[in-house]
Design a protein around this ligand. Structure first.
Ligand SMILES: [Zn+2]
Length: 184
């Protein structure tokens, strides 16, 4: 009897370890609420209203299948594209930039400026509700990471050296974005 209990305990511990390992890999995801409120926009940047939608949660394998290798590395592995190589670095057409992972509207051409850094730069997100920021202490420095509110995609960082009116510079990877052109 005691022996069987011990086996059960061991099996239970093994199960806990397995679960614990899974959670340790993605701690932020499991703690977050299932629903998020975001603002929807048309291609010409018109605000369509706030909607409550389900957070987009996928496995690593699913993201790998959906995304290009570069988009996967940037958005799901917090990578950074090489400066001056992104397709939206010197892109100034009128329209909006959506999340490459989940389609959420993130930035507008109205807020884009030439920062001469080699990355697309915006002085504001299209709606504060559609992004979130987190402290990032990687590489021995403090930066504020910018993420998609709906799917947690890493987009880039925000720095306090941008132009008015916000004086912020959202330094974003082209690979995290998909441009939607406004109707002429
Ligand atoms: Zn997203």
């Amino acid at each position: 009897m005691r022996r069987r209990n011990f086996s059960t305990l061991l099996a239970g511990l093994a199960g806990l370890t397995a679960c614990g390992g899974g959670q340790a890999k993605e701690p932020a995801r499991s703690r977050k609420p299932k629903m998020v409120k975001i603002v929807e926009f048309s291609a010409d940047g018109k605000r369509l209203g706030t909607v409550e939608v389900e957070r987009v949660v996928k496995t690593d394998e699913e993201w790998k299948q959906q995304l290009s290798p570069l988009a996967y590395k940037v958005t799901r592995r917090k990578g950074t594209e090489i400066a001056c190589t992104g397709i939206y670095d010197k892109h100034y057409e009128k329209g909006i930039y959506r999340c490459v992972c989940c389609g959420t509207a993130l930035f507008s051409s109205e807020h884009k400026f030439n920062s001469r850094t080699g990355w697309p730069s915006f002085f504001a997100p299209i709606a504060r509700e559609n992004i979130e920021t987190e402290a990032d202490f990687s590489f021995g420095m403090y930066r504020e990471e910018v993420l998609c509110k709906r799917c947690g995609a890493h987009l880039g960082h925000v720095f306090p050296d941008g132009p008015p009116p916000t004086n912020l510079r959202y330094c974003i990877n082209s690979a995290a974005l998909v441009f939607e052109k406004a109707a002429p």
